[in-house]
Write a protein of this length. Sequence first.
Length: 192
Amino acid sequence: MFGGIHMLKRIQIVFIIVLLSVVSLKPSFAATDAQIQAGNKLRTLKILAGYEDGSLRLDNNITRAEIATILVRVLGYENTIIIGMEDQKFKDVKDSHWASAHIKKSAKLGLIAGYPDGSFKPNQDITYAEATAMMVRLAKQDKNLEGTWPYNYINKGREIGIVQEENINYNQKVTRGVVAELLWNTLLVKLK
């Protein structure tokens, strides 16, 4: 009789531990197979860099500084000076910032812009709409867009094959994996 009670208490304790561990986990957005494949291809091309531990952390949100760096790499300007890039100044990006040169280059190339208050917000996560707009600009498909922001860029991205998802929350912050897939689709569009 006592053995059955002890076993029941152990089962209850294990159940409570499992329940608490599940409840305390923050929601994560696991990278899809397509995102993993795109990330690995971009790493091979030295466009998407991994972290110290070798991982790409495709489930992490991506910042404006990170996307600026990736855009500069994809165009081959990482170790090149662009005339006029020194004129690109943002009040919240010091020259000592790790991505300062990439931010200035991507802004000078018209791929990403600062804000009306003169800031760039390098550590701010980007949205799906912002990432799509950057990819459309990278593909040089941003002329004569019809409609209003962000639908003009999303529709163009869908039309040329960058955006392949149907039901998207355009204001949702995106992960490195989502950007890897969008960028890979953009590179394929540019090859056509």
